[in-house]
Every structure is written in structure tokens, then in C-alpha cells.
Design a protein around this ligand. Structure first.
Ligand code: CP
Length: 304
């Protein structure tokens, strides 16, 4: 039995198989309509979510399976003090696979260690968000043809943004990727990630100005400032609008640069950018459903 805690749990060859399957699902949806008939997905979300939870639920329903779960810790017995370990033992009696989001880093890992069904980390604190990374990689592969030879700018809250941490981890294994980290000094990418890049001799640079690097980017991965991870509101208010991508800024970008964002967006991308053909963040959401369908099939070892 396999779990998914980090994008590195799959080799690049396994990821390629997953994306091939997701692409087949995209083009032949009816073929998969009953693949998970009789199977149940539990979504255990101790933190708010729109995309990840509903994308998982949509994925399981598209596969002909069923969904149970909770979307708020307060509506579960966690509010009475039940541990994640006990909860997953109970969920294992009800479901065949579980997607779990938790504010504590490592909580889905603890659940996986006690589980008798596959557990998927759907985001743990500021740590990892592997299925968002699968979504991001699938989007890059689908829109550019492959995952290599590009410069990606990651912009915004690189300190607390778990999607950024997972994506950098995953992209380190692909050839000729240049990283540009664009953040205010207070929200720089954690040192442990930069150490990993140095060890692998992968080029990166850190800048504050988005304008300065815009012309060299093939992808711009915008992120929201993570209000829920700040210790005080004052710091959040000071930093929340540090970057706002608008039409003017887009004029300096390559004609085929693509803008990605894990969403939700707050102010960091002006809505006027949505009409720009380079804005790929809503397509990204759609790819998330296909890749989660492929992941469910893979972890349940169902072949179609
Ligand atoms: N991208 C993402 O994780 O969005 P949600 O928080 O809405 O699930």
C-alpha cells in the first residue's frame, strides 16, 4: 500500500506514468466513469479548502465512486480531542482511500503510519502540498509539452507557501530548470530548500523586484501571502499587497510566458490579467481534477 506525502514519493518515471494516465483521462473521460464503482474516498479537512477538497470529490465522483468526509475540524470529533491516529483508524473502516489536510506539519504522515488505507497529504501546514504540485507539473507538461529547459519565477510568500516548497522539491529533479525567487526579505524561501539547490548545483537567484526579472521568465508562479501562518496581523497587512501582477507588468513578459497560481487569489493578480491568454491559473484547476483521478486510480491499483 502506498501513500502520497511529498511529490518525491513518486519517481520521475512514475510521475510520467501518472501524467500519461491523467492525459488519457482528459481525452477519454467516459472510459473511466465506473473505474471506482463501490470505492469510497474520505476527505478529512481540518483546514479550509475550496479547490483541493472539491477537486478530490469531483475526481472520485467522475470515477464512479462515492465520497464521505468533513470540511471543518469543528464538525469532527477532533473538536472533542480525538487524535489524528485514532481518526484514521476509524476512517479506515469506512473508506478505501483518504485525502487529509491539516494545519500541523506532518499530521498526514502520522495518519499514514496508522492507516490501513492509502492516505494523501492534501496540504500540511506550511510544509508540503503534493497534489497541488502534481497539478502544477501536469499543467506545465500539458501547456509546454514537457518539463525541462525553462526559467520559473516564484513570487510572493515563499516562506509559508507550501505549494512553492513542494513545487521546488519536485522541479529539482527535472533537467535545466532555473529558479528565480521573488519575495520581500521577510518571506524568502526557507534556507533548507536553498541548501538542497546548492547541493545539486541547480541555479537560482533571489530578488525583491518582479519587474527586474519579468522579461527572463518562462513561467511566473504567483502566490498569496499566507495570512493564516502569520504571527501578527500588522506584518500581514504590511506585506499582503507587496506584489500585484497587472496588465502593465505583463507587458514586460515574454509573449509565451505562462502565469500559474495555486489559488485562492487575493490581490496579487489583478482580475484584468485573467483575459490575457498567458493566464493559465484556471486551466490549472481543471488539470487538478484529471491528475487527482489518475492518483486515486494509481494508489488503489485500479487498471482501466
Ligand atoms: N490550491 C489550493 O490548495 O486551494 P484550496 O486551499 O482552495 O484547496
Amino acid at each position: 500500500m502506498r501513500h502520497l506525502m511529498s511529490p518525491l514519493d513518486f519517481t520521475t518515471e512514475e510521475l510520467e506514468q501518472l501524467f500519461t494516465l491523467a492525459t488519457d483521462i482528459e481525452h477519454n473521460m467516459p472510459k473511466y466513469a465506473n473505474a471506482c464503482k463501490g470505492k469510497i474516498l474520505a476527505t478529512c479537512f481540518y483546514e479550509p479548502s475550496t479547490r483541493t477538497r472539491l477537486s478530490f470529490e469531483s475526481a472520485m465522483l467522475n470515477l464512479g465512486g462515492s465520497v464521505i468526509g468533513f470540511s471543518d475540524a469543528n464538525s469532527s470529533s477532533a473538536s472533542k480531542g480525538e487524535s489524528v491516529s485514532d481518526t484514521i483508524r476509524v476512517i479506515s473502516c469506512f473508506a478505501n482511500i483518504c485525502a487529509m489536510r491539516h494545519p500541523k506539519e506532518g499530521a498526514p504522515m502520522v495518519a499514514a503510519s496508522k492507516s490501513s488505507i492509502p492516505v494523501i497529504n492534501a496540504g500540511d501546514g506550511g510544509h508540503q502540498h503534493p497534489t497541488q504540485t502534481l497539478t502544477d507539473l501536469m499543467t506545465i507538461r500539458s501547456l509546454k509539452g514537457d518539463i525541462k529547459d525553462f526559467t520559473i519565477g516564484l513570487c510572493g510568500d515563499l516562506k509559508f507557501g507550501r505549494t512553492v516548497h513542494s513545487l521546488i522539491n519536485a522541479l529539482m529533479r527535472y533537467p535545466n530548470i532555473n529558479f528565480v525567487f521573488i519575495s520581500p526579505p521577510e518571506l524568502k524561501v526557507p534556507s533548507y530548500i536553498k541548501e538542497q539547490l546548492k547541493e545539486r548545483k541547480i541555479p537560482y537567484k533571489q530578488v525583491i523586484s518582479l519587474d527586474e526579472v519579468m522579461p527572463e521568465l518562462d513561467f511566473l508562479y504567483m502566490t498569496r501571502v499566507q495570512r493564516e501562518r502569520f504571527f501578527n496581523e500588522e506584518d500581514y497587512v504590511r506585506l499582503k499587497d507587496f506584489y500585484i501582477l497587472d496588465k502593465n507588468k505583463m507587458e514586460n513578459a515574454k509573449k509565451d510566458m505562462l502565469v500559474l497560481h495555486p489559488l485562492p487569489r487575493v490581490n496579487e493578480i489583478s482580475v484584468e490579467v485573467d483575459e490575457d491568454p498567458r493566464a493559465a491559473y484556471f486551466k490549472q484547476v481543471q488539470y487538478g481534477v484529471y491528475v487527482r483521478m489518475a492518483l486515486i486510480l494509481t494508489l488503489l491499483e485500479i487498471e482501466v
